[in-house]
Design a protein around this ligand. Structure first.
Ligand code: AMP
Ligand code: MG
Length: 535
């Protein structure tokens, strides 16, 4: 039983600005509907039969000043499964719309996410708590408001892995199985099955998406658009000064900058979001809504993990920077309905494209360990490497990580084949024909010449490169193995991966087996190379 004095969990300090400052949907009941003149609808999580804490993140818990004992308490599991509320919680689902696959989709909203409230921690930081999979809301449309274990586990692990990689992201506090099953047709092919249900608790300073603003512009609710914008600025962008014409433009410009930085990080680590609809774009520039995402094993700019996207490949790895720009344009259009001034918005968008280009070049130079002022020759060097990587199936993570171990001079050895330190990176050695090897050798020679010009000690360069090129990422096949074990009731691999990915840039000799190419069984396996939105 819950003891009021047993844990500080019960004394989390809530300051619910969003619900306090913005208008609620007046209808209190939980039926599916179109909502107008409101930013959110109050709704209670649906209690579940038998919640069990599968995993939790100590680093995310620390953001709420929660100790290990708090997280292990029965109250924690009850609260973050949605079975009970803490004093100060005021649960609600947000109203938003979005452009999905390039078309305006109208009202979407938190169909299976329920915000519990905004915690202010001891350091004065604001963290909104949000349950995903805690039952239907007025925005659930025809779906059930639930989430299955496989997708919840993927979200839980990837959020924390991205954080430790230094990629801006929403966080994940807990992964709880519900003891109930959920019916899912994973590939929409008429083969539904009952799967274990789960709830993840996510944390972010704010979960506002581009779509929260778009819906208000699209439905001509200009007053509300202004109020939402004012709330966003005063809560999450206070450094922009008081809300008004000038700070509105600066808000958009900052979102452009943050989005550029986020996307360049994705490109650096080989992350493919998979559903970059505008309802999945955070105005804080955080990676949000981990669904059919994937990690590049072999470097392939055309790859998309999402089967729904297989045809148009809109959300393929190489297209992410362009799509983020397109999404920003939609947000800019929404803002234009308020400000009526296109010029500053266009300028910010222009800066987005310039920033992406510049940061992509700097990122690639860092992956290659180039220091000193960058030049056009460096850009050409980087581009030639990326072209080579697409010619033969090459593991992106292994290739870049090992590149820092390239000996200064190994021309004799390389006459016969690829450098030994890189040999593990190729999936199909038979693809390395004479023409390929010749092109690679020429590139390596140019690369070595460039490095010699830097006069940086090799050890120093290796240390720098190792901070940019992760050794361990959440490969799709690793997540899939953890899922299969968790579905059998064994969360051991979730723990192990959480721990591994806590230090993605460090050598972890005892875990070298996780630094390996995608296994052959995962090449065409659902959950590894093919993911769907059914989650
Ligand atoms: P996504 O593309 O997965 O981010 O989801 C698009 C929209 O569908 C959002 O409004 C989600 O809240 C909603 N949605 C996705 N899955 C479910 C579900 N199982 N139940 C209710 N709404 C859902
Ligand atoms: Mg979404």
């Amino acid at each position: 039983m819950y003891q009021p004095d047993s844990a500080p969990l019960s004394s989390l300090s809530f300051d619910n600005r969003f619900t306090r400052e913005l208008p609620a949907d007046p209808q209190p009941d939980n039926h599916r509907r179109q909502v107008r003149w409101a930013c959110y609808s109050r709704v209670q999580p649906t209690p579940v039969a038998k919640p069990r804490l599968l995993a939790w993140s100590p680093e995310a818990a620390a953001l709420l000043d929660l100790s290990e004992a708090d997280c292990r308490s029965p109250l924690f599991t009850e609260v973050f499964a949605g079975n009970r509320l803490l004093p100060g919680m005021d649960p609600f689902a947000m109203r938003y719309g979005g452009h999905q696959f390039g078309s305006w989709a109208g009202q979407l909203g938190d169909g299976r996410a329920i915000n519990l409230g905004e915690v202010v921690n001891r350091r004065g930081e604001r963290w909104t708590l949000q349950l995903k999979g805690a039952g239907p809301t007025p925005y659930s449309r025809r779906a059930d408001g639930l989430a299955v274990l496989r997708s919840s586990l993927r979200e839980f692990l990837c959020s924390e892995a991205m954080h430790h990689l230094g990629v801006p992201t929403t966080r994940a506090l807990s992964l709880i199985t519900t003891g109930e099953t959920v019916l899912r047709d994973m590939f929409y092919d008429g083969n539904p099955r009952q799967e274990p249900g789960a709830v993840v608790c996510r944390l972010a300073p704010s979960f506002l998406r581009f779509g929260n603003f778009e819906i208000l512009a699209a439905s001509d609710e200009g007053d509300l658009l202004r109020r939402l914008l004012d709330n966003s600025i005063s809560t999450d962008f206070p450094h922009l000064g008081p809300p008004g014409e000038e700070s509105y433009q600066n808000w958009f410009a900052e979102i452009c900058r943050r989005t550029a930085s986020m996307v360049v990080h994705w490109q650096r680590v080989g992350f493919v979001h998979g559903v970059m609809n505008t309802d999945n774009m955070s105005v804080l520039g955080l990676t949000i809504d981990y669904g059919p995402y994937g990690w590049l094993d072999d470097y392939n700019p055309d790859w998309t993990p999402n089967t729904t996207d297989a045809e148009g490949r809109r959300y393929r790895y190489g297209n992410q920077p362009a799509i983020a720009g397109w999404n920003l344009l939609q947000l800019g259009n929404a803002l234009y309905t308020l400000t009526g001034r296109a010029e500053p918005l266009q300028e910010a968008l222009g800066q987005y494209h310039a920033a992406v280009e510049e940061e992509m070049q700097a990122m690639l130079a860092a992956k290659l360990g180039l220091s000193g002022p960058s030049s056009e020759a460096d850009t050409a060097l980087g581009e030639e490497l990326l072209a080579i990587l697409t010619l033969a199936e090459t593991d992106m993570t292994i290739f870049f990580r090992r590149l820092s171990r390239l000996p200064d001079d190994a021309q004799a050895e390389e006459a016969a084949g690829p450098p030994a330190v890189l040999a593990d990176a190729w999936y199909r050695p038979e693809q390395l024909d004479a023409a390929y090897l010749d092109r690679l050798r020429r590139w390596l020679a140019a690369y070595r010449r460039r490095l010699q010009g830097d006069r940086l000690p090799a050890v120093e360069r290796q240390t720098r490169m190792d901070r940019t090129n992760p050794k361990y990422v959440l490969r799709n096949s690793l997540a899939q193995q953890a899922i299969e074990r968790a579905e059998q009731g064994d969360a051991g691999m979730v723990e192990e991966l959480l721990d591994l990915l806590r230090h993605p840039y460090d050598e972890q000799p005892e875990r070298e087996h996780f630094f390996a190419k995608r296994p052959e069984w995962a090449r065409n396996r659902p959950g590894c190379s093919m993911l769907s939105c059914s989650s």
